[in-house]
Structure formats: C-alpha cells, structure tokens
Design a protein around this ligand. Structure first.
Ligand SMILES: [Zn+2]
Length: 363
C-alpha cells in the first residue's frame, strides 16, 4: 500500500513537473509546493484524518511500528520548542514528536554543529505526529518517529515568536532561473559541512537532499567521502534536508530499510535525476481507455495491525509531560491548537516524499 501511495505521489509530481520542466526555468520548491497544494482533503476515517487529529502520544515505551512510509508509533517524546542550539518551527502543525532516539540525535547534532562548524543552531521542521501515521500534507514518510526535517538556514540570533515560526519563509538553495542548479549566492561551504556532520552519525542511514545539492556535494566535497553515499537525491528538499535514522536496537516492530549502496552515490544514480525521466509527464492513456482511477486513500486498516491499538491507547497527561528532557525542558512557548485538517496552499513544506526506495532501482 505504501508503494501505491508513493506511486501516486510520484505520478502527481511527474504530471505537474512534466508541464513545467524543460518548458522554461523552474524553481524546484515552487513546483513541489504546487504538488502539495493539489493534494485533496483527506476523507473522514482515512489514516491521514485519524492520525492527523490525535493531539497527544501514548503512554509507555517508545516503539516505532512498521515502515517509515507506512506505520505509527507509541511513546513519542516532543522536541522542546527551544534549546540552546535549536528552535522548532511551524508549531501549529504539532509535529515535534519522535522516537527519543531521534530527539536525542537532534540535540546532539545541533550541539556538534555549533561547536564543530560554528552553525549557530538548527531550525527543526516536521518530525512526526504524536502517534505518527500518515499526515494531512507534505510527506509520504515521517510516520514512525525516525525522520526529521532540518532547515538549511541557521537559527536566528533571537528566540522567535510562534508567529515568526509559522511565517518565516523557506529559502531555496536553488537558482530559480536554472534547472537543478545550486545558487552560489545562497550555498555555503558551512552548509556542506552541516550535511556531512549529519551524515557522520552511525545511526543516520539516509539524508535526503535535492539532486542539485547532492551534485554540488559530489563536485565540491574534498574531505572524507565515506558518508557521502548517505546523501540521497530526492524531489523537493531544496530548503531543508531530511534525516532518517535506522530502526533503534531492539525495536522489534520496526521495518528496516535496505542500507544504501556502497560508494559516494556520485554516479549514474545521480545522473538519472538530470535526465528527463524523473520529470516526465506520465504517458497519455490509450484512446478509449477508461480514465485512471484516483489512488485509493490509505485507511487505518492498511497500516500495521498494531496501529489501530495505538490509536486507542491512553494518552500521556500533557505535552509537557512527554517533552524530551522532562517537563522543565518544555518551553513556555505553547503551540497554537493543532492545525485543522485543511489543504495547505503555500505555507506547506516544499517537500514531496521521500519515496521509501531510492531511484533508480539499480544502484
Ligand atoms: Zn522530510
């Protein structure tokens, strides 16, 4: 089912992109935003609607259940809205929840980024919903608390208000008037260092970046390239990168993803993104053929069986009680009520996917 969903994402992406790619200059974030805007309102009872309306995580031990793009989780913890080296963004989405292994990594990464490369602090985007599961908008994965988005802009020198966190625009790293090209006026070596630092942790299995950013890294990274293969080219991901960690040790219900292929990934698997194929419009239907059925929505019953029980499980007492570092770490900056299930038409994360398997299949 996850693959069906992913295919639907891909088909929709291709359709949109097909109209635009090569017909003129495109900005990848603009295109991806367009795709997000086209997503339909989820039906009541769909997994997106049900998991998207849950406000608090379950009590008990943290367990990822299922796969990154088809699952849920128990015992999530919230990233505090503020730490010495991070600020959480888009608080109204209520997606600061993750497996403690991911929240702990974000803390460590943000500290290392400051001490090792002088990055002032990280801006953290979506992690997951309180009990994981599919989201109303923006992502195919982020369902089991082991995925997190980090902005490619540094934390500002002041503590942002909730409004600033909602409204701070995304900054693309791409040149708007060129196809898949990093903008040299925005891109910096420090950003390259940030990506390689994120890739350096053994528990990090993949980092999704725009193909143009991957190419830039391939062309310019002169340091140790051992972890460069963890950087995976993917649609969108031009204003943020996406960190994916492995199933934590002992997480029996977590479905692992195949490890990335050996090598730095600066090969034909990257070159493919610079061909027409990923951006091509789907083939037109044969004359007289019935119109293709719209993809079926993912229902709770399509997810691993345990996810229905996760929805019924008792909640923690409060967001503060389940905040990483304990209630004292919970910020006074309270989130606005969780966003209503609405289609986001512009402020949505310019993000499609990532798909669970990297393309092309042969790598
Ligand atoms: Zn992401």
């Amino acid at each position: 089912m996850a693959f069906g969903l992913v295919k639907a994402f891909r088909a929709q992406t291709s359709k949109t992109l097909g109209k635009l790619a090569f017909a003129g200059a495109i900005g990848a974030s603009l295109v991806a935003g367009d795709v997000v805007a086209q997503q339909k309102q989820p039906s009541p009872g769909s997994a997106k609607a049900v998991f998207g309306s849950v406000k608090l995580p379950t009590q008990g031990a943290a367990q990822p259940i299922g796969f990154y793009a088809k699952g849920c989780m128990t015992g999530a913890e919230a990233l505090p809205t503020d730490g010495p080296t991070w600020q959480a963004m888009r608080l109204s989405r209520n997606r600061r929840w993750g497996n403690p292994a991911m929240i702990g990594l974000l803390e460590k990464f943000s500290q290392d980024a400051r001490s090792q490369i002088g990055w002032p602090g990280i801006l953290v985007g979506d992690i997951a919903q309180p009990r994981g599961g599919p989201m109303f908008n923006g992502h195919a994965s982020h369902q089991i608390g082991l995925d997190a988005d980090v902005w490619l802009m540094p934390m500002p020198d002041h503590r942002m208000t909730s409004e600033e966190r909602e409204n701070l625009p995304f900054t693309t790293m791409l040149q708007k008037d060129k196809f898949l090209t990093v903008d040299p006026r925005v891109w910096t070596q420090q950003r390259a260092q940030l990506l390689m630092l994120a890739a350096s942790y053994p528990q990090v299995e993949r980092i999704f970046v725009n193909p143009a950013i991957k190419k830039k890294m391939c062309d310019t990274w002169t340091g140790d390239r051992t972890n460069l293969g963890k950087l995976r080219p993917e649609y969108g991901h031009d204003s943020h990168f996406h960190i994916r960690i492995k199933c934590p040790p002992g997480a029996k219900g977590c479905t692992a993803q195949a490890p990335v292929a050996a090598g730095d990934g600066c090969d034909k698997s990257l070159a493919w993104w610079f061909t027409k194929e990923p951006w091509a419009a789907p083939k037109p239907p044969k004359p007289g053929a019935p119109p293709p059925k719209p993809p079926r929505e993912v229902m709770v019953s399509d997810l691993p069986k345990a996810c229905a029980a996760v929805l019924d499980a008792p909640s923690v007492a409060s967001m503060q009680a389940a905040t990483y570092g304990g209630p004292s770490a919970a910020s006074a900056l309270t989130a606005a009520p969780a966003a209503a299930p609405a289609v986001d038409t512009g402020s949505a994360l310019p993000h499609v996917g990532p798909v669970p398997n990297d393309k092309p299949a042969v790598q």
